[in-house]
Design a protein around this ligand. Structure first.
Ligand code: SF4
Length: 343
C-alpha cells in the first residue's frame, strides 16, 4: 500500500491556508507585474503583446513563487509567458484551433462524448493558469457554459446511456468552481445509477494547492463514486512542500491520484527531469499516468518534441525507473477509439 511507505512530512497547516478563492482572485494577469516579481526584462525574453492578445496571461502567485528569480529560461515561467514564437506563420497549416476535433464529439452543451464508457463535462470556462501549449487554448467556452437548467440535458444524456460508467470533470479547470457548484455537480452525477467513477482533471493541486481543502476531500471520500484526481505537472520544480502536503491529504482521504504531463521542448525534454518528477510525484502519493506528445494546437509549435526524440527519451527513462514510475507515452489522434500508446 502506497500510503504506508511514505513518512509524514512537515508541511504547512492547510487549515491555516487563506481561503483558496481569495488566492484565485489574486491570479496575476499583467506581464509587467510578473516580470517585476522575477526581476526580468521583457525585451530579453521574446515576450509578445500580440501573443498576450491571442491568449491571456494567467498564473497564480503560488506557482510564480516556485520560479527562479532572474532566470529568463525558468521552466515554469516558459509555460505561462506569452511569447513571440506563438505567432509564427508556419503554424497555420498543420497546427489547428481544435487539434483533437472535439467539436465533432459535442453531445450536448458542455458535454463531450468521445470514448466508449466515459464522457467529459466542460465544468468550468477558465483555469487558474493559462498554459501556452494548452490544446483548448482556442476552445469556445462561451458555447459550452450551460446554466444549471441546461446541465440537465447532459445529465439526461448520461442517464440514457447505460454504457457510461465514468464521468470526467474537465474544463477549463473544474476546481475553479466554488464548493457549492462542484458539490451540486457531483450530487447530480451520483444520482445516475450506472455511473461508477468520477474523474477530475485539474491543474489546481499544483498551481493552487489550497484548493484541496478538507471540505473537498471529505465530499469525495463520502461519495458512492470512486474518485480519481488526475493532476497535471510537467516539471519537478512545480512540486513544493505545500503541494506535496495537499496531495497526501487527498490521497489519505481515499482519492486515487494520477499525473499527466506534456512533453515540452526547452521545458522538460530531458530524461533526468522526468526521473525527478516521477520520484517526487510518488513521494506525494501520485502515480505517473500519461506523458503526452504535444497536441498540434495553433500557437504552440515551438514546444514540439519530435516522436523519435520522445522515444529516445522514453527508453532512457525506462532504464532509470521501475516500471510503476514510468508514465505511458501517448498521443491523441482525432477519430481514434482511445489515446494511442506509443510506448
Ligand atoms: S486546461 Fe489545463 S493545460 Fe489548459 S490552460 Fe487550463 S490548466 Fe493549462
Amino acid at each position: 500500500m502506497i500510503h504506508r511507505t511514505i513518512p509524514a512530512v512537515q508541511g504547512p497547516d492547510l487549515s491555516l491556508q487563506s481561503c483558496w478563492q481569495e488566492q484565485l482572485r489574486s491570479v496575476i494577469t499583467c506581464p509587467q507585474h510578473l516580470l517585476q516579481i522575477l526581476g526580468l526584462n521583457a525585451t530579453d525574453l521574446g515576450y509578445s503583446e500580440e501573443a498576450l492578445g491571442a491568449f491571456a496571461l494567467r498564473v497564480t502567485p503560488a506557482f510564480v513563487a516556485r520560479m527562479e528569480h532572474g532566470n529568463p529560461r525558468d521552466p515554469l515561467l516558459m509555460q505561462v509567458l506569452p511569447h513571440q514564437n506563438e505567432m509564427r506563420q508556419q503554424d497555420s497549416a498543420q497546427w489547428q484551433m481544435d487539434p483533437l476535433a472535439e467539436s465533432h464529439y459535442r453531445a450536448a452543451e458542455g458535454l463531450i462524448h468521445k470514448y466508449r464508457g466515459r464522457v467529459l463535462l466542460i465544468a468550468a470556462p477558465q483555469c487558474a493558469i493559462n498554459c501556452r501549449y494548452c490544446f483548448r487554448r482556442h476552445f469556445p467556452y462561451e458555447e459550452n457554459a450551460p446554466s444549471r437548467k441546461e446541465w440537465q440535458q447532459s445529465f439526461n444524456y448520461i442517464r440514457e446511456d447505460s454504457s457510461i460508467e465514468e464521468v470526467i470533470l474537465s474544463g477549463g479547470d473544474p476546481l475553479v468552481l466554488s464548493d457549492r457548484q462542484l458539490e451540486w455537480l457531483i450530487e447530480e452525477i451520483e444520482n445516475i445509477e450506472h455511473v461508477k467513477r468520477l474523474r477530475i482533471h485539474s491543474r489546481l493541486p499544483i498551481v493552487l494547492p489550497a484548493r484541496l481543502s478538507e471540505r473537498f476531500n471529505r465530499r469525495l471520500s463520502m461519495s458512492r463514486l470512486q474518485s480519481i484526481l488526475v493532476i497535471h505537472a510537467n516539471h519537478p520544480n512545480e512540486i513544493d512542500e505545500e503541494v506535496c502536503c495537499a496531495l497526501r491529504a487527498s490521497r489519505d482521504a481515499g482519492i486515487t491520484l494520477l499525473n499527466q504531463s506534456v512533453l515540452l521542448r526547452g521545458i522538460n525534454d530531458n530524461c533526468d527531469i522526468f526521473t525527478m518528477l516521477s520520484n517526487k510525484l510518488f513521494e506525494c502519493g501520485v502515480l505517473p499516468y500519461y506523458l503526452h506528445l504535444l497536441d498540434k494546437v495553433k500557437g504552440a509549435s515551438h514546444f514540439q518534441v519530435e516522436k523519435s526524440e520522445a522515444l529516445t527519451l522514453y527508453n532512457k527513462l525506462r532504464a532509470q525507473l521501475p516500471g510503476y514510475l514510468v508514465p505511458q507515452l501517448v498521443e491523441e489522434i482525432p477519430g481514434a477509439d482511445s489515446k494511442t500508446v506509443i510506448a
